[in-house]
Write a protein that binds this ligand. Structure first.
Ligand SMILES: NC(=O)c1ccc[n+]([C@@H]2O[C@H](COP(=O)([O-])OP(=O)(O)OC[C@H]3O[C@@H](n4cnc5c(N)ncnc54)[C@H](OP(=O)(O)O)[C@@H]3O)[C@@H](O)[C@H]2O)c1
Length: 253
């Protein structure tokens, strides 16, 4: 079967583990050169890049703190140097810790921590990729949001506020960049257990699953397949949209 992303450079922030690793592998399987970004743990990043190479694809693990503008620019530069390609696909996926805090406990700094990952880092990454994408008159940005924007989870206003900001940001970027051939979309995953959820009690998972119309937990590949679709020409007339990947658990933008 023909691969959909040949000769494309895809940069996946936080691409080393969790959803990011599945996204990186899925993009690599479709022929993209994948820059697998990580922050502190090189091992899973190298393993993800090696898995892509074993499948016959191309990838490089690149360390960078994407919440810092200079680091975001370095990441894009190193990805372009490693691949010999210009940035074409950007997946803003990285996340730091996501503390659950009551309104009494939460501080403005807790809000800022989440905004750094979900607004500041995506902005710096977009700005770093933009010259290449504008030159090629082609690009696909996929921001990773969360179903919390529709659920409005209690004790999670810091995370929910930052993820909600991604909706307006995505639409505004899509309006501004549409005429240049660059598309911007947002994916809202549901609760998809990954390595960092090992401590979540089985009862909490069972309870969540019981409310999901499709009756199962999501797996990282569910989000990854959606990202590949939005990155590819199959979605060439889709921009400014939010797509929930959560078995029907929520509905809305
Ligand atoms: N899993 C879910 O249930 C779920 C549900 C809804 C939305 N989401 C969203 O999906 C995305 C991925 O979530 P996940 O659960 O897969 O996360 P995860 O497993 O915790 O992975 C986080 C990734 O981000 C990287 N990272 C952390 N700080 C960074 C920084 N400053 N610069 C660059 N990379 C950094 C980590 O690298 P190191 O290991 O090197 O630190 C790691 O690769 C997030 O945006 C999250 O909000 C997840």
């Amino acid at each position: 079967m023909e691969m959909k992303l040949i000769n494309q450079l895809a940069i996946v922030t936080g691409g080393s583990r969790g959803l990011g690793a599945a996204i990186s592998k899925a993009l690599g399987r479709e022929g993209a050169f994948v820059a697998v970004n990580y922050f502190t743990n090189s091992k899973p990043a190298v393993e993800t890049a090696e898995a892509i190479i074993r499948m016959g694809g191309q990838a490089a693990a690149i360390q960078a703190d994407v919440t810092e503008e200079r680091e975001a620019r370095r990441l894009v530069k190193e990805a372009e140097e490693a691949s010999g390609l210009k940035a074409g696909i950007l997946v803003n996926n990285a996340t730091g810790p996501q503390p659950e805090l009551s309104i009494e406990e939460v501080t403005w700094e807790d809000y800022e921590d989440q905004l750094r990952f979900f607004v500041k880092a995506p902005l710096h990454m977009l700005q770093a990729c933009l010259p290449s994408m504008k030159e090629r008159k082609h690009g696909s940005i996929i921001n990773i949001g969360s179903e919390v924007v529709h659920l409005g989870n209690s004790h999670f206003s810091n995370y929910t506020a930052a993820k909600s900001a991604m909706i307006g940001m995505t639409r505004s970027w899509a309006s501004e960049l549409g005429p240049t051939g660059i598309r911007v979309n947002l994916v809202h995953p549901g609760f998809i257990p990954v390595e960092r959820h090992q401590e979540v009690p089985e009862e909490a998972i069972r309870q969540y699953r019981s409310g999901v119309p499709l009756g199962r937990m999501g797996v990282p590949e569910d989000a990854a397949k959606t990202v590949v679709y939005l990155a590819s020409e199959d979605a060439s007339f889709i921009t400014g949209q939010s797509l929930s990947v959560n078995g029907g658990n929520t509905y809305g933008m």
